[in-house]
Design a protein around this ligand. Structure first.
Ligand code: PLP
Length: 333
């Protein structure tokens, strides 16, 4: 069966590998596989770049020469957008949310890469972020007055265009599981703005995964189950007219912990354990939380996700560096 996609330009290095984590599988008592979407590139890495393949195709078809987007101060999405724009010869404006815009954070992690890419950074407060729709409009007007044409990409690139990137990923996973297609499997990932989940859920429908006992589960790193069933459902309905789609959305709630981009010691412990057991590097904001959620759920019920788990590593490594002191203190051990 061929899936019909919107226009796409190539940015990500795909297909990404699907690898078995042998020591982790032995430790957890289920087969644990990892879909290496942290390897979609070096600087242009992680899950956002798959969405940007579709979003930039749309932006360029509309004749835009500038993209505007926004996110948290260490946004992986803004960094990927800034670098992709530069690679394609476009300009970028990124709205970065920070506690005190008059006193912005130091240039490290993703911010360093935003600046290297030449993005114009606009610092905004958490209050302004609540009105980001208006601010996107204001920035687009400003870009227009300067003689350019803007294209606004929503936070996380999570809309009915960008999310097609994760239908592509679902197709890759489908092909990679084909040698043993009938093992009950859960594809699990970190969910922050809903686009990755929406793409995987639509992909699962298109590929009839439910016939083969393959499910998708999303660990939310902010907000809650009701919020994400609504957000993901809306994105899905923009992609396909499918009244039953909400029933396919499985949010593994309970792992937001201390809040978005805040870490608890037990989450960081699992992040360090993963690095030392498998040399797989998770990030504190997304993949570390989702991984902690997966490990915690399996400790309660080993059968919860079936015999085989595919953990989608959605990237985020640059957000790890600014967290060094949170992990090891200022001395280090
Ligand atoms: C943005 C992001 C996510 C969440 O993906 P959404 O599609 O926004 O839900 C997960 N992991 C990493 C590393 C991210 O940067």
């Amino acid at each position: 069966m061929t899936i019909e996609y919107p226009a796409r330009i190539e940015l990500a290095r795909t297909p990404t590998p699907l690898e078995k984590l042998a020591r982790t599988s032995a430790a957890l008592g289920v087969e644990v596989w990892i879909k290496r979407d942290d390897l979609t590139g070096a600087e242009l890495s992680g899950n956002k770049i798959r969405k940007l393949e579709f979003l930039f195709a749309d932006a360029m078809a509309r004749g835009a020469d500038t993209v505007i987007t926004g996110g948290g101060e260490q946004s992986n999405h803004c960094r990927a957008t800034a670098l992709a724009a530069t690679r394609l010869g476009l300009r970028s404006v990124v709205l970065l949310r920070t506690a005190d815009p008059g006193n912005p954070p130091t240039t490290r992690g993703n911010i360093l890469l935003d600046r290297l890419a030449g993005a114009e950074i606009v610092w905004i407060s958490p209050d302004e972020w609540q009105r980001r729709g208006e601010i996107f409009v204001r920035e687009a007007e400003r870009v227009k007055k300067a003689g350019h044409k803007a294209y606004v990409i929503p936070e996380g690139g999570s809309n009915a265009i960008g999310s097609w990137g994760y239908v592509v990923c679902a197709e890759e996973i489908d092909a990679q599981l084909a040698a043993r297609p009938d093992v009950p499997t859960t594809v699990i990932h970190a969910c922050g703005s809903g686009g990755t989940a929406a793409g995987l859920v639509i992909g699962a429908r298109e590929l009839s995964w439910s016939d083969r006992n393959i499910r998708v589960a999303s660990v939310n790193v902010c907000d809650d189950r009701d919020y994400f069933v609504d957000v993901i459902g809306r994105i899905c309905r923009g992609m396909r007219d499918d009244p039953e789609i909400e029933g396919e959305i499985d949010i593994v709630d309970g792992y937001v912990g201390d809040g978005y981009a805040r870490s608890r010691p037990q989450e960081l412990e699992q992040l360090v354990a993963m690095a030392r057991r498998e040399a797989v590097i998770l990030d504190p904001v997304y993949t570390g939380k989702a991984w902690f959620g997966l490990v915690s759920e399996l400790a309660k019920d080993r059968e919860r996700f079936g015999q085989r788990v595919v953990f989608v590593h959605t990237g985020g490594i640059f957000g790890l560096f600014p967290a060094a002191e949170r992990i090891f203190g200022s001395g280090g051990s």
